[in-house]
Design a protein around this ligand. Sequence first.
Ligand code: HEM
Length: 513
Amino acid sequence: MDFTRIPEQVMEQLENLDASKAALGAGGILALAVLVKNIAKQPNLSNIPAVGTTVPILSYLGALRMLKDAREVIMEGYIKYGGKPFRVALANHWEVILGPQYVDEFRNLPEHVFSFQEAVNDSTQIEYTLGPPIHHDPFHIPIIRSQLTRNLGNLYADIRDEIATAFNDELPLKGDEWLEVPALSMIQQVVCRTSNRIFVGLPLCRNHEWRALNIKHAIDVIKGAVVINLFPRFMAPLVAKFMTNVTACVDQAYKHLGPIIEERFRAIEEYGPDYPGKPVDMLSWLIDEAKGKQRDPRTMTLYILATNFAAIHTSSMSLTHALYSLAANPQYIKPLREEVETVVAAEGWTKNALAKMRKIDSFLKEEQRRYGIGVLSMGRKAMQDFTFSDGTFIPKGANVSIASVVAHYDEKSYKDASEFDPFRFSDIREGEGEGVKHQFVSTNAEYLPFGHGRHACPGRFFAANELKSMFAHIVMTYDVKLGEGEERPANFNLGSACSPNPTAKVWFRKRVD
Ligand code: HEM
């Protein structure tokens, strides 16, 4: 049956009825038709076993459990099905979960086979939350991968300057008094400022409204996506009307960025593409590379907002995890301090010096191993039927993820995997030949917080530079602790995502020894 024809047939039959009843009836039938059509469009996953019931409607119970206890659900599925693929219910679709043994076959499959962009659009509802250009034309990504990463050495003095200034402003400490601060929101401010120093430069990176709107935008994107995803997919455009407002957000951001973009275009026109005093930042690289519609200043504003979205919360969460563990385990401050002092005494604060801070690197990496940004990684959407070499069949339209939590807690890769061992990676790196593999930024099938393969996070070199500098700055400048008798604040888990506790506080004072 061709469901697309139903509305026409129905409208003919309704011609003689009272207009309002007709509209109501037509609307209902149309909704039902679209629902049936959408159910029919779901990929057939009956060959893949499920955790929980597959009975329609009742599977929502599984989705609720996944929302609350994703870690347990994933571990249960992995153990129950002996490492074979299984599926878990999310509110609007089934997600197929693959064990880490599939990573190497999966990671470099092309977009037309397993699409990263379509999977992110499903999970983050990019069309409605970040705007269509970010879904269809993400031209900022190669710029992050190349220009941003290449310039980290040149830009290091700016990064370091912004970090020191930002912590100073965020932590107004007096004498040797302790000050209690909400950790995640303080770190967000520091990360937002430092990242924007490199994305849009001074003075905008320090502007309160600019920072507030970027932090809020990222939260709104996630909120919008979570709510849209509670409804069947065909309802997304309708729900998005109530939940998102990309235009309003761009308006707000454009108020700040618009004049800067216009000014840079004017300077190029007047003095040429390499005009004297041209800022070295993400905005300049976007302007250099933009073609056609990408040159529209409002579209360019969207790219900057999207870059902030990718950068701020991921990086802030990563550093806050480390800060909580440091405050809960102050015995690690001394060895970290010794390392940073030795390296900085020899090299000063430089990108090269950071490369030598192995304990700092290891601490951050260990926190990402334990918590990462969640229990799943490498989400992709099957754009065509696909059969893995072991015969596992994935139908077109299926959403697939890797169970990173399984990889990160595998005793074969990590001795005492459930223990917090902040120097596990720096200890391994002492061994000959193990230098690169165990760096914070290195990705492999056993370490997936940045993904792995063709779409591995292109911003991770920038993030590592920033986060290592911030963490080193903290241990060199402050004493930190939790409140009397407090343990490491509990994480906040929602669905597959894991955030450090969003409201917990950490005590800071100027370093006394
Ligand atoms: C600790 C901080 C960060 C974490 C944990 C993180 C994590 C991730 C992960 C898991 C992915 C998906 C990888 C995959 O599915 O294979 C990703 C992609 C991405 N990340 Fe990050 N990220 C971080 C920081 C950043 C920063 C600072 C930027 C920008 C400067 C950034 C920009 C991006 C972009 C643009 C993508 C999409 C890549 C693509 O389409 O190929 N990320 N990130």
